[in-house]
Design a protein around this ligand. Structure first.
Ligand code: PHE
Length: 447
């Protein structure tokens, strides 16, 4: 069977950045920064993104392109002993499960984004009751919109790598950049914005050594670069052989970090603009409102306070969120789909719809037991599974994957790679430092 492939370098970079740039960047990053010392968090995040997340990303891209297969087959095929093959199979299955469960909760939040995107439209046409229903927490709304969001995801993925993932990433990502830039310019021109900018960009260095800040920044970096669960591995398996992997990996990391940084320039100033308009932005304990209340109360209150312009700005903001979510969710769904197509021989269309349905059932169960399950699924997948699977992937790249195979893989895209900085640093780095540092940071969260 002919495997899919990205047709161009730009196509890959937009698709992988599309996976990376998601709700994690536009919502997670700014709120984490707001809660954890503003620029101190930003600085720690940038350090960890390049020191730990980039090497782990490279491990996934190289393994993926070398084996040209899904995560389970990939890890099994680079292992030579039967023990390592079993570990590969378990790690691969763990990654596929984690990606699937991330999609379960992601589709619920992304559904809210679509609902909030439609609210200003309903408002504009005078349909107040509909507008209220769209923005109020209800099971019917949650189920309906996560089903809608998952259907969009399924439609893109069922069309395949070039006609689905690449084509849609190439359409959606440029729109995302334009919307983000326009919103930043608009918000920065409003009263109060500068105060938010200061809160974001002036570091409180005393917080840099705070273990919570470090753990949060690492979790954020892993989630944001879509690591550990095989998304980057499978995207890597669709890159052309003559691509220079360390360079494209660095471009993806830069884009992801850049968008997170820019999202902070939008969201933090917006919080303070909202305050100018009389919205409460500090919680009872004196800390800045973050989490869901920020996106679903503070910002909508801000848009409401801006009258008719607010309708357009609110609409644009939630379109931005929805686009960011779709380009990420397609990369999550591709993980189980590629595995099923490649190991069970199911057709792509059938596999995509069946798995999409399974994910919907899972997200419906979470929606129906929201208080008990939502936080649990988020914690298990993003705080436990992602870093631990990341460690396993580094171990596979550093200890199990044959060094000469890695070198010849990299040489296809850059004949002089052996003399370059990447080859001097990365192999040792991914072998010793990455697993240890990730484990240390991970463990620190518990003590
Ligand atoms: N990186 C995405 C975001 O920032 C989330 C994601 C996690 C995507 C894991 C794929 C896999 O929202």
């Amino acid at each position: 069977m002919q495997r899919g492939q990205f047709s161009s370098r730009l196509g890959f970079i937009l698709a992988a950045s599309g996976s990376a740039v998601g709700l994690g960047n536009i919502w997670g990053f700014p709120t984490n920064a707001a809660e954890n010392g503003g620029a101190a968090f930003l600085l720690m995040y940038i350090i960890l993104a390049f020191l730990l997340a980039y090497p782990a990303l490279m491990a996934e891209l190289i393994i993926g392109r070398h084996t040209r297969s899904n995560m389970v087959t990939a890890l099994q095929s680079i292992a030579s002993s039967s023990r390592a093959k079993t570990a590969g199979k378990l790690t691969g299955l763990g990654g596929i499960l984690a990606a699937t469960f991330i999609l379960c909760f992601y589709s619920i939040i992304a559904g809210w984004m679509i609902a909030f995107m439609l609210e200003p439209v309903a408002h504009f046409f005078g349909m107040e009751a509909l507008g209220n229903w769209l923005t109020e927490f209800s099971l019917a709304r949650n189920l309906g919109f996560s089903a809608l969001f998952l259907s969009l995801t399924v439609l893109v993925i069922s069309a395949g790598v070039e006609q689905g993932i690449e084509k849609w990433s190439q359409r959606l990502m440029p729109s995302l950049f334009v919307l983000l830039a326009a919103l930043i310019v608009y918000v920065l021109l409003q009263d109060g914005a500068m105060q938010g900018l200061k809160h974001y960009l002036v570091p409180d260095f005393s917080q840099m050594a705070d273990p919570q800040l470090i753990v949060r920044a690492l979790g954020q970096a892993f989630f944001s670069l879509s690591l550990g669960v095989g998304t980057m591995l499978i995207y890597g398996s669709y890159i052309r052989s003559d691509e220079n992997l360390p360079v494209v990996g660095a471009l993806v990391t830069l884009t992801d970090t850049g968008v997170a940084f820019l999202a902070g320039m939008l969201v933090l100033p917006a919080i303070f603009v909202a305050q100018e308009l009389g919205v409460t932005i500090y919680g009872g304990d004196g800390s800045l409102i973050a989490g869901p209340d920020l996106i679903f109360q503070v910002l909508p209150a801000l848009f409401d306070g801006m009258g008719t312009t607010g309708l357009a700005v609110g609409f644009a903001f939630f379109v931005l969120m929805t686009i960011a979510a779709v380009t990420s969710s397609i990369s999550m769904l591709e993980v189980p789909v590629a595995y099923t197509v490649e190991t069970a021989g199911t057709s792509r269309i059938k596999a995509t719809w069946l798995i999409g349905l399974g994910v919907f059932v899972c997200s419906a169960v979470v929606s129906m037991n929201f208080d008990a399950l939502f936080g649990l699924v988020v914690t298990l997948t993003t705080e436990w599974a992602q870093p631990l699977l990341g460690v396993m992937l580094c171990i596979f790249a550093g200890w199990i994957f044959n060094r000469n195979s890695i070198l010849s893989e990299l040489k296809q895209g850059d004949a002089g790679v052996e003399q370059g900085l990447f080859w001097k640093v990365w192999p040792i780095y991914v072998k010793f430092f990455c697993p240890l540092l990730i484990l240390l940071t991970f463990a620190q969260g518990f003590f």
